[in-house]
Design a protein around this ligand. Structure first.
Ligand code: SIN
Length: 306
């Protein structure tokens, strides 16, 4: 008699090794830029081996911006990969959620029958995603769906390098300071010139109450300090007179995006760019109106800055 016949009620289970994903042979290569790396030969449509995930995680912390080339994945696979890093944040602009995928924000200048299909002016000013929330974003992923033949680049600025380069006296001044961040800081300005920004409902306004964060934050995983202000969302330094606050912010905005801290990403088809919002700020360089651009964004929740 066989062992199976002796225990007929035990359901069949695949051998444990059949469930484990296999390792992938991929390369992580520094970009020819002040920071950032590209990942070649990784296929995110396949289940990730924990050690491969650990390599990607370590590279994300080390390089701040990862360019994952040639990713032929579905929005659901993008959501699943993003979720490995933390819970996903739902953008306040619900109108531009991908149908069936509320975690995916459509970033696009395309209009369908005159109606925008996505947020066309996302990233118009330098910012760190969702810094206007009590728990801003850990990181964001953009997956290229449709790219223009010219323009459409995304710029990233390393805020650790920007902080490190400050004179010691300015570092001392900034150490105790906090600043207010507000989603509404430049909303009306953007709304006046774009078709993408509807008037916000009372519920949306309640979601985006101003918050206060340190001007210099400490990265919760690496311990490195970074400037944490941006021209898009930072409205004032708490406790300073308006003119001094404005002058200091203007100085910091300029220092934070000096050319030596900037990587300019020129998109290739099927790129995923995954950046660390605790380390960089970013800017959409703009796309000529007559050319189509569409990307899918997922945004991972992070910690309260300290
Ligand atoms: C964003 O700020 O999330 C959009 C950036 C881009 O469209 O390049």
């Amino acid at each position: 008699m066989t062992a199976a016949a002796l225990s007929p009620t035990v359901p069949w289970q695949p051998a444990p090794q059949a469930l484990s994903p296999s390792r992938q042979d991929f390369e992580i290569r520094r970009l020819d830029a002040p920071f950032g790396a590209e990942i070649l030969g990784l296929d995110l449509s396949q289940p990730l081996h924990p050690e491969d995930f650990a390599r990607i995680h370590a590279a994300h912390l080390a390089h701040h911006v990862l360019v994952l080339r040639s990713q032929h994945i579905t929005p659901e696979q993008q959501v699943q990969f993003s979720r490995r890093f933390g819970p996903l944040q739902i953008h306040v602009q619900k109108k531009f959620q991908l149908p069936g995928h509320p975690e995916v924000l459509i970033v696009s200048n395309i209009k369908d029958n005159g109606e925008p299909i996505g947020l066309g002016d996302a990233g118009h000013f330098w910012h760190s995603d969702l810094s206007y929330k009590q728990q801003p974003s850990l990181g964001s992923l953009l997956h290229a769906q449709e790219l223009p033949s010219e323009g459409g680049d995304t710029l990233f600025a390393d805020q650790h390098a920007a902080y490190d380069a400050l004179p010691q006296a300015l570092k001392n001044t900034l150490a105790p300071l906090t600043a207010e961040h507000s989603y509404l800081a430049r909303y009306e300005e953007l709304r006046a010139r774009s078709p993408w920004r509807p008037a916000l409902t009372a519920a949306q306004l309640a979601e985006v109450q101003p918050v206060v964060h340190p001007v210099v934050r400490t990265h919760p995983e690496t311990g490195r300090k970074a400037l944490f202000v941006s021209e898009h969302f930072t409205t004032r330094i708490i406790g300073l007179p308006e003119d001094e606050s404005r002058a200091l912010l203007t100085e910091l905005f300029a220092l934070s995006v000096r050319p030596e801290f900037v990587y300019r990403h020129r998109w290739l088809a099927h790129d995923i760019v995954f950046w660390d919002n605790r380390s960089v700020i970013h800017l959409a360089a703009g796309t000529p109106d007559h050319l189509r651009r569409k990307l899918y964004r997922t945004t991972i929740e992070g910690d309260s800055p300290y």
